[in-house]
Design a protein around this ligand. Structure first.
Ligand code: FMN
Length: 233
């Protein structure tokens, strides 16, 4: 497989840096081809100054995405989201006609399961200071899968990608060597099954589950609301 690794951490000598090195070495040992966008090292400009334009640095990312069968997005959770540099990668790379407002020959809008990046796999590798409990169903931070909804559903699935369950390294601020070894092993395992892991069962926009207002049909997940209803099962 061709794998593009998008890395958004300022320090190579960090937990994230170590996991990145581990991850890329693992993929290479499995004979995957790996290319990287190390956003801080590239001095990536995260600020949109003109909507829907594709200067050379954006085109270069489009070329890498076209090449990739799978894309790994690795970042530390900062203020419930991605570091600004990665948010700015989405803002500048996933432009009109490429990330959104993509249509087929009949003018039908392609999004949520269809689009430019259809057929590619997306994998989040995230580290967070919060514990598993505090990022769990009733934890004070909110469930991690809710925090990742805008990214996994609103960005990756929106642009057509198949979204794999994330690799989450939690309680990441004070890790012992043993805890790091467990995290690294978890990452290696998930990369071994990159080609075969079942994607999250997000409902496609045009698959019949939504009405003309893009609201989930009343007979599906009846009486329920919230992010979870957009997953079948
Ligand atoms: C600016 C900033 C914001 C953060 N926001 C959160 C947060 O919202 N939730 C959380 O669990 N941890 C948060 N953290 C903790 C980081 O996720 C944690 O330090 C990081 O994942 C550890 O990996 P590293 O050593 O590679 O940076 C934040 C840290 C920083 C510096």
């Amino acid at each position: 497989m061709n794998v593009l690794w998008i890395f958004a951490h300022p320090e190579p000598q960090s937990l994230n840096g170590s996991l990145r090195d581990e991850g890329i070495a693992t993929l290479r040992s499995l004979d995957h081809q790996v290319r990287e966008s190390d956003l801080y090292a590239m001095h990536w400009n995260p600020v949109v100054d003109k909507i829907a334009t594709a200067p050379d640095d954006v085109r270069a990312e489009h070329e890498k995405l076209a090449w990739a069968d799978a894309v790994v997005f690795q970042f530390p959770l900062w203020w419930y989201g991605t570091p600004a540099i990665l948010k700015g990668w989405f803002d500048r790379v996933l432009i009109q006609g490429y990330g959104y407002d993509v249509r087929d020959e009949d003018g039908r809008v392609l999004r949520y399961g269809e689009g430019t990046l259809a057929g590619k796999r997306a994998l989040v590798v995230v580290t967070a200071g919060g514990s598993e409990a505090s990022l769990g169903p009733r934890g004070v931070n909110g469930p991690l899968e809710d925090l990742l909804f805008g990214l996994q559903h609103g960005t990756f699935f929106y642009t057509g990608m198949s979204v794999l369950p994330p690799v989450a390294v939690l309680s990441a601020n004070r890790m012992t060597q043993e805890q790091y070894d467990v995290a690294a092993e978890q990452l290696r395992k998930r990369l071994h099954s990159l080609e075969t892991t079942e994607p999250l069962p997000f409902r496609t926009q045009n698959g019949g589950d939504y009405d003309r207002n893009l609201v989930l049909r009343a007979d599906l997940a009846p009486g329920e609301s919230g992010f979870g209803v957009h997953r079948a099962g």
